[in-house]
Design a protein around this ligand. Sequence first.
Ligand code: PEP
Ligand code: MN
Length: 527
Amino acid sequence: MAGSPATNGGTGTGTGTGDWTPGSWRSRPIRQCPTYPGSAAEAEAGLRRATAELGQLPPLVHAREVERLKASLRDVARGEAFLLQGGDCAELFDYCRADAIESKVKLLLQMSLVLVWGADRRVVRIARLAGQYAKPRSSPSEVVTLPGTGEKREVPSFRGDILNGFRLEDRELDPQRLVKAYNHSAATLNYVRAALAAGLADLHRPLDWSLGHVNDPALKAKYTEAVRFLRDMLRFMHTIGADRSPKLDTVDLYTSHEGLLLEYEQSLTRLMENPTPYHSALDTTTTTTATNDNNDKNHDNENGSRNGGGVAGAGISGGKRTEYYDTSAHFLWIGDRTRQLDGAHVEFFRGVANPIGVKVGPTTTTSDLLGLLRALNPSREPGKVTLITRYGASRVGELLPAHVAAVEASEFGSRSGGEGGGGGIVVWQCDPMHGNTRTTAEGIKTRRFGDILAELRETLAVHARLGTYLGGVHLELTGDAVTECTGGSGGPDDADLSTNYTSFCDPRLNEKQALELAFLIADHYRQ
Ligand code: PEP
Ligand code: MN
C-alpha cells in the first residue's frame, strides 16, 4: 500500500511494552491510514518530501507551554480547576482569517469568564484550533451526485484539509497538504498569540466582549450579572493595588487536535529540555543506548539517554531532563476509532510528554480503559491523561458508572493519590456532542441542545454520586451564527437548519448556544 507504515523506513521495535521511538508506531496495526495516489514509489517520494520539510521547521509550541498546561491539568485532576475545550469539528484552511479566529477565541474567553464566576475555580482553556485538520471517516470513499448532470460517482471521502479538499475536484489526497497544514496552524497560532498579547482578553474591559449578539433577555441579564460581578471585583483589586500584575491583561489559551495523522505528528516531535524541575523518582531510572530510526535524525537525539518510560532518546543527562514533545499542539487526543491498545496511535502517544486525551464511548471495555491508562500514563502522573467520555444522552447513565467504578478501583482511582500524593490522577471530561448526532428526515446531520445538556447533566450526576470530579467539557462550537444544532433558547428547529449550515463535518453549537451551555454549567455549580 502506498504511504503505508511498512514503506516509510520505520525501524521501531514496537513490541509489547518494549522500547519506544518516534517511529515505533510503524510496526503496529494502524487504522485510518491514508493511501496517497500514484505508484508506491511516487507516493512514498511525495510523503518523504513533505515530512522532510516538516522535520526542518520550528516547533509550533514550546516545551515550557506544554509543561505549564500539564501543571494546570494536574489541578483539574485534583478538582481545583475546570477544563473548557472547544472548537470546530473539522477546522478548514479557510478558517485561517482574523475574524474567524477572533470570534472563536472571544467565545471561549466569554464562556470561561462565565465558568469562573459560576464554578468559582480557575478555568483551563484549550481550543480545538490551529491544527484540527484531520478527520477519521467510516469509509475512505463515498457516492456523490454530481451537480448539473445528476450523475452518481464514487469519490474519496473528505478527510480534512490536511489530506484532501472538500470540493469534488480536490478529493485526491496530496502529501503537500501536510506542509500547508503546518503553515495554517502557524498563522492561526501566531494570530491567537498576537491578539491575546494585544489585550483581546483584557479583564479590565470586560464589556468590550461584545454583548450585541446576545438577544435573549434572560441570557443577557445573567451574562451582565457575571460581568458586573467581575467589574466590581476588579475595581476592588484596583483599590487595593492588586491589579498591577500583567496576568490580568492576558490569559492562557492552549491548542489541541486529534492526533490522527502520525506522519505529521512524528515529523513535529522533537527532543526538548523539560524546563520544570524533575522529581527524584525519575532520576533513578535505567540508562541504555538510544535507538534512532530515519526520522529521528531530524530530532537531534543521537546522544540521549532514557527515562523509565522505555523512551529512547529521552532521559536525564548533564543534570537536564530531555523528553519528546509533539510540538504540533499543546494537547493531543486519540479518537474513538483509533484507540486500540495494540495499535499505532496508542504506541505513538505513549512516548510523548504532552498531556493526552482519549475518547471513551459505548464500545470501550473497562479492561481497555485500564489498559489505555497503563500504556499512556505508567507513572500515574495526575492530569497526564484526560478521559473524554461520549456515550449519548440515552446511554450515559447505563455506561459511565462502570467506567468510573473501574478507574476508581484501580491504581488510577482518586484515592490512590498518584505521584506527589492526594487527589485524582485522571481528568474526566464530558464530550456531550459525539454520542448525540442524529440525521433529520431531510438527511441533515444535527444535534439537539436538549440532548447535549441531558448528557452533561447525567454525567455531572454520576460523578457526584460516585464521589469523582467532572473536570471539564469538550464541545464542538463556533463563534459564528450557524444553524447546525437545534434548540437552546430561541435556537433553530429542524426546518431552520439549512439557513446557515456551514460545517463540512459535525454540527457545532453557535455562539448563543455555547454561551447558554456555559451559563447552565455555571448555574449547576452556583446552586
Ligand atoms: C471528534 O472529536 O471530532 C471525533 C471524531 O470524535 P470521536 O473520536 O469521539 O468520534
Ligand atoms: Mn466531530
